[in-house]
Design a protein around this ligand. Structure first.
Ligand SMILES: [Zn+2]
Ligand SMILES: [Zn+2]
Ligand SMILES: [Zn+2]
Length: 483
């Protein structure tokens, strides 16, 4: 059976043009690097893999090679109960009390992480009471959904204590040492996105969220359709949410480019046919990422038999088509039609599959309890009378960090080696969603900077099998020695 999407047939030329690997655009990457924290790296063509990142200066072991900003990223839905972070830069927001109170509150409600966003309502705004969500509690318990299963080691706190933590009435000793930016709501009025600052809220709105917001100010065609798309992604694969962000990003960039082009021309030229050259320009940041179709590059799960591979890949393709159709109803844009082809959708998701880094931001709540634990004994006893019951209620969960996935345009240009000279590593001070690449050993000027895409300690054959999913056979020094 052949899966057909009409846009694929109608715009096959435009789609092929968008997917053509761009020539290594050294100037483009130079401009991008100028906006990043890094000294002395360059993106250059390589004979083997198209492009690679090279040292333009000497790096010492543990030197920072690059801090890369994500093109698009998302917190895992299941992590949203545990951590409240800025939806744009992923730093923690609110306060220690709010982070703890909110998590325990949602756990007491038995909120499934997926439903959590619909239930939060106005509880972060100081003028509304936490109690107003009580009506929803019944529904949740009836439906029996409970994702964060209470661990037997946890000793729950009285409801009123949890609420006073959540609404800010209760202050914990020394929490001011771990202050976080106050919460800024979504300008579109949804109760799903929150920010650390007005500038993050605006940047997210302009880059992605105006089309993907389910609030009253949404610029989508239908927030109902959007809701359906989001529910489908939450039920199946949250990578679709990231793909929607990339499509929304491209549509919004296209709109801006078009407006500035018209301004330049003065008198508007009205043309019947759609000019897709502008779409190519809007798509440029995404075009740089190495891509394959998702259903072609996804690794076969261990529980799928090799003989069922073809039907597994077909199912993945069907799943993508269902998601794409839902997204199309929500944010379709006529002038960006090729973006809504299955080919492009599959390639965007495949790009995440092949390039994404885990998004991890350490929790200040963990730091807080470590700090309390380190207090001089004379003081600790008294402080712990307040903090111990809270730690008992959190159990091992006190240290849960923000978790998600993100695509980083410059990091994604770094090629693989089973003997890498750099790695992604968060230092103590890296408290947001940026990727940090650190030198593992001295790197001399002119050397290629490599990272490992897989566990480089695996045996040779297993490494090659994993790397085959990325579409290449590794010829690094370690692999050459082992053949
Ligand atoms: Zn932020
Ligand atoms: Zn919103
Ligand atoms: Zn290798």
């Amino acid at each position: 059976m052949e899966i057909i999407c009409p846009i694929d047939a109608q715009y096959s030329d435009q789609i092929a043009a968008l997917l053509k690997p761009p020539p290594p655009l050294e100037k483009y990457f130079e401009e991008l690097l100028a906006t990043r924290q890094c000294d002395g790296i360059k993106v250059k063509p390589t004979p083997r893999y198209g492009k690679g990142v090279y040292a333009e200066t000497d790096f010492k072991e543990e030197d920072l090679v690059l801090k890369d900003q994500m093109l698009a990223g998302a917190q895992h839905p299941s992590n949203k109960v545990d951590c409240l972070v800025c939806s744009y830069c992923f730093c923690f927001v609110g306060s220690i009390e709010l982070q703890i109170g909110r998590k325990l509150y949602l756990e007491q409600l038995g909120v499934s992480p997926i439903d959590e966003c619909h239930m939060q309502k106005d509880c972060y705004n100081s003028d509304s009471s936490v109690g107003e969500d009580d009506s929803d509690v019944e529904d949740q318990q009836v439906s029996g959904e409970c994702a964060s299963s209470p661990s037997k080691d946890k000793i729950s706190l009285p409801k009123d204590v949890v609420e006073s933590l959540f609404n800010g009435e209760m202050r914990l000793p020394y929490s001011e040492k771990f202050s976080m930016p106050p919460i800024v709501s979504c300008p579109g009025g949804c109760k799903e996105n929150y920010y650390c600052s007005k500038s993050c809220a605006e940047a997210d709105w302009e880059s992605f969220h105006s089309l993907l917001c389910t609030g009253e100010g949404s610029k989508s065609l239908s927030t109902k359709a959007l809701q359906k798309f989001i529910e489908h992604a939450n039920d199946t694969n949250d990578i679709f949410l990231l793909a929607a962000k990339v499509i929304s990003f491209t549509i919004l960039r296209h709109k801006n480019l078009k407006e500035s082009r018209h301004e330049g021309k003065g008198k508007q030229v009205i043309s019947e046919s759609i000019d897709f050259s502008l779409l190519g320009e809007a798509w440029k940041p995404v075009s740089m990422g190495y891509k394959r179709r998702w259903w072609d590059c996804i690794a076969l799960p261990a529980d799928v038999d090799g003989s069922d591979e073809a039907s597994f890949r077909m199912q993945i393709k069907e799943l993508a088509l269902t998601s794409l159709q839902l997204l199309k109803e929500a944010i379709f844009d006529e002038e960006c039609q090729p973006l809504f082809s299955l080919e492009i959708y599959g390639n965007i998701i495949g790009m995440f599959e092949l390039n994404n880094l885990d998004l991890v931001v350490e929790s200040p709540v963990e730091d807080y309890f470590l700090y309390i634990d380190d207090l001089p004994l004379s003081e600790k006893g008294e402080v712990e009378q307040t903090t111990k019951p809270i730690l008992d209620a959190l159990g091992d969960d006190y240290s849960i960090c923000c978790q998600g996935t993100a695509f980083f345009p410059l990091q994604s240009c770094m090629n693989h080696s089973c003997r890498p000279n750099a790695k992604a590593f968060k230092r103590e001070e890296d408290r947001d969603g940026q990727a940090t690449i650190i030198a593992l050993q001295p790197i001399a000027k002119g050397e290629e900077i490599t990272i490992s895409y897989i566990d480089e300690d695996l045996p040779f054959e297993e490494r090659q099998a994993l790397l085959a999913d990325y579409g290449f056979r590794c010829g690094c020094s370690k692999c050459l020695e082992e053949t």
